[in-house]
Write a protein that binds this ligand. Structure first.
Ligand code: AOF
Ligand code: ZN
Length: 358
């Protein structure tokens, strides 16, 4: 199962709207088939592993990281394919919460006298499928908030200088993180200040996450990196209702997808923003700031994980804070996270924090 989970993770960031499932088929102690959910979500993991295993699948055990599907979608049900291939036993950690599946895959297998074992490495699998489960169960994607800051949590000097706080190795790690998410998201302030391209580069990875820019008024430079690449790498602009029609038209002409979102007060409602992104199929969103968008997501308690990079320099109170005002009065109201990992990366420190169970 650990090996199947490893394979499944290869699909993270590349198989949305589907979960990144892995499958290993074993017979007489030998691996005879391996598969994972392919780009765009199909073929499913089991299809690939069964194709490799061929006739050897008869009597074999399939380790799958999620309940095999039971529905006729664009492909026939994987449970049916496993039965048809003569698989004797299926080991799967969790049932699939997609209402078209949810227990029916296991039922189909048991009805065909395939032995079913569940629960193996269920926590690990739940973690890998967290984005997919959130999309199905809560109607929003998993949100990882990245903060790359000085030791005192600043992302730029008072005059706006921000390049570079962290070193090249940390920035490379950011690119690898982008690749494991369906989308990279920033606020309009960051898009204007940094003119980022928000692509994955120099890692030998071919797929690109969707770029999402949140901009109430759509006041983004029409000559920048995002505009220049809008025809090649997907660019989704989440704007407030009432954005200037000329700007909407210009971005539409450049190939951007326009997503109108509700407002809450003066800003885009973060809950509506995430609902729209999940409706569009996203399961994992990597938010790279800036401080206003980070604060709006944190204040609404919509951040599941933090990827914090700290560099060994102090910027001081006149610098721009990584997280804007949260309007907190009491510590008890602060969103809290558990530390999962802290590692030195070149001269910097990288930490992974996961939202405490509520
Ligand atoms: C599996 N193996 O590798 C994946 C599964 O739209 P479809 O027909 O591709 O079905 C999508 C659903 O299939 C998805 O919502 C989830 O329930 C399941 N994903 N199932 O047996 C896989 N990726
Ligand atoms: Zn399937």
């Amino acid at each position: 199962m650990a090996s199947a989970l490893g394979l499944g993770r290869r699909g993270l960031g590349n198989c949305w709207p589907n979960p990144a499932v892995g499958c290993v088929i074993v017979r007489d102690g030998r691996v005879i088939g391996r598969g994972w959910t392919q780009s765009g979500g199909r073929p499913h993991a089991e299809t690939r592993a069964l194709a490799q295993a061929g006739a050897g699948a008869r009597g074999a055990t399939a380790y799958v990281t999620l309940e095999p599907c039971a529905h006729h979608g664009e492909t026939p049900p994987c449970a049916e394919a496993l039965i048809g291939a003569g698989i004797a036993r299926v080991v799967a950690p969790l049932s699939d919460s997609d209402p078209r599946v949810s227990g029916r895959g296991f039922d189909m297998l048991r009805a065909a006298e395939v032995e079913v074992t569940t629960g193996v490495l269920a926590q690990e699998a739940a973690c890998d499928h967290a984005g997919f489960f959130l999309k199905v169960d809560a109607g929003r994607p998993l949100v990882t908030l990245k903060l790359a800051a000085s030791v005192d949590g600043r992302i730029a000097t008072g005059t706006g200088e921000s390049k570079w706080i962290t070193g090249p190795l940390a920035r490379r790690a950011v690119h690898a993180m982008r690749a494991r998410h369906d989308a990279v998201m920033v606020g309009a302030g960051t898009a204007r200040a940094d003119d980022p391209s928000l692509t994955v580069r120099d890692l030998g990875i071919n797929h690109q996450p969707v770029r999402v820019v949140v901009s109430r008024h759509l006041d983004l430079p029409l000559m920048g990196q995002l505009a220049r690449s809008a025809g090649e790498v997907p660019l989704w602009l989440c704007h407030g209702t009432g954005a200037d029609p000329d700007r909407l038209k210009a971005w539409d002409g450049l190939g951007a997808r326009l997503i109108p979102c509700d407002l809450s007060g003066v800003q885009i409602d973060p809950a509506d923003l995430l609902r729209q992104l999940a409706d569009a199929g996203l399961t994992r969103v990597f938010c790279e700031g800036g401080s206003a968008l980070a604060a709006s997501l944190l204040a609404a308690d919509l951040v599941d994980e933090l990827a914090v990079f700290n560099a060994g320099l102090a910027i001081g109170a006149e610098g721009l804070p990584a997280i804007g005002a949260l309007g907190l009065e009491r510590l008890a109201a602060a969103p809290r996270f558990d530390l999962r990992e802290a590692t030195a990366i070149g001269p910097d420190l990288i930490q992974r924090w996961v939202r405490k169970p509520r």
